[in-house]
Write a protein that binds this ligand. Structure first.
Ligand SMILES: NC(=O)c1ccc[n+]([C@@H]2O[C@H](COP(=O)([O-])OP(=O)(O)OC[C@H]3O[C@@H](n4cnc5c(N)ncnc54)[C@H](OP(=O)(O)O)[C@@H]3O)[C@@H](O)[C@H]2O)c1
Length: 271
């Protein structure tokens, strides 16, 4: 029997039109790269097809790790989100050279989405955008986006003259930190921009919350599954989790099978 989760559970990633799994995996804070690789390969077996990486993770070692992982699967089967530091986006020429090296490390000739990693006032946004667009023009990135931006800052980028649309935003979002529900989420929905929810388990804290645990027992699910189900209950959101434990990965990737009733969503919303 195939381990694949039902493909119908996949989501369209906003205006990119690309279908991805509702849960994806990030590569920040990995302690044991060997276990993490096994865990990510297990996730792929279950139909997980979105992964996030950055040159800032583990002082660049996450890229080598990701390259080893990518060499074991089919490149076209996964959607890679790359979160670049604004510091390296400050000069489009040197960024192109650096980004080529990152791609080599990752064993690929392109990423699917390239993002400004965080809002950095000291570096002109126009220049950072030029770096992203240069990568897109050269075929090193298919889509562009921003990470950790507030609504005002996203709106600023949307209003800038540019050749490529902003198709994705990444923000911290989990049952413990629902700040984006007030502004970024409705704004993204209105503009058909996909939201990648990072730290979707609040670094593991979310699964131990009493409300989460109470609801988990109702559904015969785990705390992680309930916390993730809440995050992905919004059709525009894909959850990014980190796990280097195969059992946890299997739990996380099957979270999308739990569809929460409105009364439970409401209890999680107000906790
Ligand atoms: N854009 C940004 O600024 C930004 C910031 C933070 C994170 N991110 C992205 O979001 C990803 C996830 O965020 P995060 O690293 O903060 O953490 P997270 O996914 O919220 O939580 C990870 C923690 O939860 C544990 N865990 C995962 N599944 C579990 C399960 N089923 N049962 C019990 N424990 C479980 C993991 O341990 P095990 O490994 O032992 O399973 C780990 O300790 C990152 O890897 C990164 O890609 C982006």
């Amino acid at each position: 029997m195939s381990n694949q989760i039902n493909v119908d559970l996949k989501k369209v990633l906003g205006k990119t039109g690309v279908k991805v799994s509702p849960i994806g995996f990030g590569t920040l804070n990995i302690r044991d790269f060997i276990n993490a690789e096994k865990a990510m390969l297990k996730a792929v077996e279950y139909g997980i097809n979105i992964f996030e990486v950055s040159e800032t993770y583990a002082n660049g070692l996450a890229l080598d790790y990701f390259g080893r992982f990518l060499a074991k699967i089919k490149r076209e089967d996964v959607f890679i989100v790359f979160r670049a530091s604004p510091l390296i986006l400050a000069d489009p020429d040197s960024f192109e050279t650096k980004f080529n090296k990152f791609l080599q490390k990752m064993n690929t000739s392109y990423v699917d989405a390239l993002m400004i990693g965080w809002y950095e006032d000291a570096i002109p946004l126009e220049t950072q955008l030029t770096s992203l667009e240069r990568a897109a023009e050269r075929g090193y990135a298919k889509f562009i986006g921003v990470s950790g931006f507030k609504v005002k800052q996203i709106a600023r980028v949307l209003n800038m003259p540019k050749k490529y649309e902003i198709s994705l935003i990444q923000n911290r979002y989990n049952v413990m930190d629902k700040r984006i529900e007030k502004d970024v989420l409705p704004f993204a929905m209105k503009n058909n921009i996909a939201v990648l929810a990072c730290s979707a388990l609040d670094g593991g804290q979310a699964i131990r919350q009493p409300v989460v645990m109470r609801i988990a027992s109702k559904y015969n699910a785990t705390g992680a599954q309930i916390a993730l189900s809440y995050v992905i209950s919004n059709p525009n959101v894909v959850a990014l989790v980190k796990s280097e434990n195969i059992d946890h990965v299997v739990e996380d990737v099957t979270a999308s099978k739990t569809v929460l009733k409105e009364e439970d969503l409401s209890a999680l919303r107000s906790m």
